[in-house]
Design a protein around this ligand. Structure first.
Ligand SMILES: [Zn+2]
Length: 255
């Protein structure tokens, strides 16, 4: 995998945004493999509203978002309503996120967020466009990356360091169990507990440590009167799916 853009391609474009689009798209087309199966991916010839790339083998689809310098916490996406509808119909693509250095014209970070990490919770409604705007009243959305657990960000390139293909493919398989969880509330709970585990910042942890997040989860789910039970239920689920290992005496380990 090379990190440099092929700058020859962008010479005929005048606007910076067009140039970057051509450079980033061709980079993905030539350097990136499908994280679901390891085969080649291809750019859609005609602009499709829902995705930019597809896998020649397993047909997974990917939408590409690029940002200068760093990805940050939020990524601007299209219309809010369309996004929510897409999540509900489960025809949403996976997301490729790319950050680049404008001076060196090299990729600094590139990761994929599998579509099964997308729940309405992470889609933030933006303010409607003002009355003077060309599309007055139109409502866009942001994807809030902070609510996505670490395991939902699978890096190909991190801080300009290329990760092994084997690691990318293994990380993809690890959370595939989320695909079968169709009910948004149930999935929301699993993802929240996965994020709480991330926040502890270690591979081994105890039930007592996870209970630190009881207050945070109570705020998020005020209807639920049994937060601790709910936490234990998610840990059990994650253990059954092989995401966690139970070490005994209230201790867990991320596999
Ligand atoms: Zn594939």
């Amino acid at each position: 995998m090379l990190l440099s853009f092929n700058t020859k391609l962008s010479k005929r474009f005048k606007s910076q945004s067009q140039r970057i689009r051509v450079l980033t798209e061709s980079w993905v087309n030539n350097q990136v493999f499908c994280p679901a199966c390891g085969c080649d991916i291809k750019h859609y010839e005609n602009n499709k509203p829902v995705a930019d790339f597809y896998c020649l083998n397993c047909k997974e689809e990917y939408e590409l978002k690029s940002k200068r310098d760093s990805i940050g916490n939020k990524v601007v996406d299209g219309a809010y309503r369309t996004m929510i509808e897409r999540l509900q119909s489960s025809c949403n693509p996976n997301f490729f996120l790319l950050s680049y250095n404008l001076r060196s014209l090299k990729v600094s970070d590139f990761f994929v967020i599998p579509k099964h990490f997308f729940v309405p919770d992470i889609i933030e409604k933006r303010n409607p466009l003002s009355a003077s705007a060309r599309r007055a009243g139109w409502i866009g959305c942001n994807i809030d990356l902070r609510s996505i657990p670490q395991s939902g960000k699978i890096f190909f390139v991190k801080d300009s360091r290329i990760q092994t293909k084997n690691n990318v493919l293994k990380s993809w398989v690890k959370t595939l169990f989320l695909k079968n969880e169709k009910e948004p509330l149930a999935k929301g709970w699993i993802l929240d507990v996965m994020s709480c585990i991330d926040k502890l910042g270690k591979y081994k942890f105890s039930l007592t440590e996870i209970y630190f997040f009881e207050g945070f989860l109570r705020k998020k789910y005020p209807q639920n009167k049994h937060i601790k039970d709910k936490i234990r239920q998610q840990l059990q689920f994650l253990r059954n799916k092989g995401y966690l290992k139970f070490l005994g005496r209230g201790k867990y380990e991320i596999t």
